[in-house]
Design a protein around this ligand. Structure first.
Ligand SMILES: Cc1cc2nc3c(=O)[nH]c(=O)nc-3n(C[C@H](O)[C@H](O)[C@H](O)COP(=O)(O)O)c2cc1C
Length: 205
């Protein structure tokens, strides 16, 4: 992270960037993202997170097809009748991502390598040993001026994803992060006020 770009800046300006240019990202930056992800903690320091950086157009297309298959029905009702302008803006970006995912320069898939094949809820059992790495990656992308967004809809059919990426059957794919140079501007995240989501000592009075 550069000296004039603090960790605080990255945390508070790390919006999900879905509209991404097709311009290639230098390989050393992609490796830097994974190296940062790899510094994250894991349960018992198991270090079983695995990262596939997909650049091959044919493989990207197959992942984009998976995303469309699961994202389209998930958002259909809201797209037909978005409740408010904020939701409409979010959905427009999700639809853009759905239409252009195959053109985004890198689709990074964060996996966990289990001792055996997992299905259903078992896929998420060790998710906590992957997501800290995902957040490291997102913050590092922000610091490097790269747009990124965590997504999960493309990964609903684990067997399909294992087949596309030639994953060992013990791998579960937990997060797909499209990465590249953003079309829009970075900006601050908007979240609930801390007073609403925090209490000292006990939740109830
Ligand atoms: C566990 C998880 C799953 C997500 N899945 C998707 C997804 O499948 N597709 C998508 O477009 N965004 C997905 N997101 C991104 C969220 O929609 C986004 O982080 C949230 O709306 C906040 O956006 P902001 O940081 O731009 O304010 C996911 C985020 C998380 C943490």
């Amino acid at each position: 992270m550069s000296e004039d770009f603090s960790l605080h800046d990255a945390i508070y300006n790390c919006r999900a960037m879905r509209r991404i240019k097709s311009t290639d990202v230098p390989e050393d930056l992609l490796i830097e993202l994974i190296d940062a992800a790899n510094q994250a903690p894991s349960g018992s320091n198991s270090q079983k997170a695995r990262w596939i950086v997909v650049r091959d157009p044919a493989v990207k297309q197959e992942l984009a097809d998976q995303n469309r298959k699961h994202a389209a029905p998930y958002i259909a009702a809201d797209v037909a009748k978005p409740g408010n302008p904020k939701l409409k803006r979010l959905l427009d970006a999700v639809v853009w991502q759905m239409d252009h995912m195959h053109e985004i320069p890198a689709l990074i898939v964060a996996c966990f390598d289990y001792p055996e094949k997992v299905e259903g809820l078992g896929v998420y059992r060790s998710a906590g040993s992957v997501w800290p790495g995902v957040q490291n990656l997102l913050l590092t992308a922000r610091a490097l001026g790269l747009g990124a967004a965590p997504t999960t809809l493309a990964l609903r059919d684990q067997d399909a994803v294992r087949k596309i990426l030639k994953l060992p059957e013990t791998f579960a794919a937990l997060c797909l992060i499209p990465v590249g140079y953003p079309m829009g501007n970075f900006g601050p995240v908007v979240r609930k006020p801390v007073a609403e989501i925090m209490r000292f000592d006990r939740w109830g009075a």
